[in-house]
Write a protein that binds this ligand. Structure first.
Ligand code: ARG
Length: 267
């Protein structure tokens, strides 16, 4: 298992969180959102990271951007380099310049994207390469651009189930050697590719996938994840990881979870 180091995360409080449009199958604008509860759950998530020794920075929420709590989509950052997001859905487009400005103000070298990419929602840094989820949001032609910015191999994976529209809804990097994923979210070809890359991967079942258990963050030992994904918690425990359950049920109404609400500024 990789050594546990302190991680650096960017979060955005759900001050203006709401479900006012539907851009994924989890969202139903007719169903009410308890914003106070969302704020309480988000605060617990933030405090959970801090209690694990991680640094959490916060970007100011913007009125009229109800999904801005999902900072994972705002950019992708490894070292001092950042690739800005380019959202597929116009309703989220204005989140991208806000994240670019936040990063540029802190000295990151920020690249302006040409192709559609929804940040760390679809891009996963494994320590060796970047996995990119395509099929719903990020474009497959983002691959060359991502490789160009970060100078590491990029592997595109095709998502096929609309419930798992971002890579981070179907796959978690647990440490440099281990991932967990839900195979039916991927095309047959991508399933074969994942199996070849990670023959020892944790295979998560439908029940845990459908509570977005895979939308988790790992520091190499502690895995902060949806409390509802009990079987997955047992699976990763048996490998020596420590599940840290949190409840982000309000965010699930927008199709998001723990990871969506967390952009890692990878060191
Ligand atoms: N409602 C948001 C959307 O559909 C949820 C984003 C969740 N973020 C994520 N990284 N999976 O865009």
């Amino acid at each position: 298992m990789t050594s546990i180091d302190s991680r650096h995360y960017l979060m955005c409080p759900p001050t203006y969180f709401d479900v006012t449009y539907a851009i994924n199958p989890w969202m139903d604008p007719a169903r009410s959102v308890d914003r106070e509860l969302a704020i309480t759950q988000w605060t617990t998530l933030r405090e959970t990271y801090e209690s694990l020794g991680h640094r959490v920075d916060v970007i100011d929420p913007i009125p009229g951007l109800p999904d801005m709590v999902f900072t994972a989509n705002g950019a992708f950052v490894v070292g001092r380099r950042a690739l800005g997001a380019r959202f597929r859905e116009p309703v989220r487009a204005a989140e991208a310049p806000a994240h670019r400005a936040w990063l540029a103000d802190r000295g990151y070298e920020v690249h302006l994207p040409q192709a559609v990419n929804e940040g760390e929602g679809d891009l996963a840094w494994t320590g060796k390469h970047i996995l990119v989820g395509t099929g719903f949001r990020s474009a497959s032609d983002a691959q060359a651009e991502i490789a160009g910015v970060f100078g590491v191999p990029v592997i595109a994976l095709e998502l096929v189930d609309p419930h798992f529209y971002h890579l981070d809804t179907a796959l978690t990097v647990l440490d440099e050697h281990t991932i967990a994923y839900y195979p039916p979210a991927f095309s047959q070809a991508s399933q074969r590719q994942l199996d070849a890359l990670y023959p020892e991967a944790v295979i998560v079942g439908e029940g845990d996938a459908m509570v977005l258990g895979l939308n988790a963050t790992s520091d190499g030992r502690h895995v902060v994840m949806a409390a509802q994904a009990e079987k997955m918690a047992e699976q990763i425990s048996s490998l020596g990881f420590v599940p840290v359950p949190v409840d982000v049920s309000e965010l699930l109404k927008a199709g998001g979870g723990v990871k969506c609400a967390t952009l890692e500024l990878h060191k």
